[in-house]
Design a protein around this ligand. Structure first.
Ligand code: DQA
Length: 144
């Protein structure tokens, strides 16, 4: 099983973001962690990151066209991108929203997700394990 893991803006700069919020892994280490968590579950992870809304939308179109399950950390786009929401809605395979931090325990503008309503579920607050938990949920959704 192949899964597309999409990361939004600034996730590639975990090396300089607040480690008290986002943890100690840099993006490459996060990517290695997610790929190896996928391997343990028999999932082939294709993990990508973009700072650009249009590129993320095109990747969601690709997932819709190829019937690929998606794990997405839309980063700040979570809170306001109706364009990413509309593209996520086109994905008919399972789509799970993830966050490294728990946005609900942070500033008020992070309490709104315009993506959650079109996701099968949302996992946040567990650092890299948020992605691993999403992979586990996907594995059982797709096999079960
Ligand atoms: C984030 C949470 C968002 O509020 C923030 O804008 C991010 C990362 C997370 O993974 O915790 O960039 O999606």
């Amino acid at each position: 099983m192949k899964v597309l893991v999409i990361n939004g803006p600034n996730i590639a700069r975990l090396d300089i973001r607040d480690s008290a919020v986002y943890g100690d892994l840099n993006y490459q280490q996060l990517k290695d962690f997610v790929i190896s968590a996928g391997k343990e579950l028999g999932i082939d992870v294709d993990m990508r990151q973009s700072d650009e809304e249009a590129e993320i939308i095109h990747w969601l179109h690709e997932a819709a066209d190829s019937a690929l399950p998606v794990i997405i950390n839309p980063a700040a786009f979570t809170h306001y991108s109706y364009a990413i929401r509309d593209a996520a809605e086109l994905v008919k395979s399972p789509l799970i929203e993830v966050h490294l931090s728990n946005p609900l325990s942070r500033e008020e503008f992070r309490h709104t997700s315009v993506i959650s309503g079109v996701a099968n579920g949302t996992i946040g607050g567990f650092g890299p394990d948020s992605y691993r938990l999403a992979l586990i949920a996907l594995a059982s959704r797709i096999k079960g």
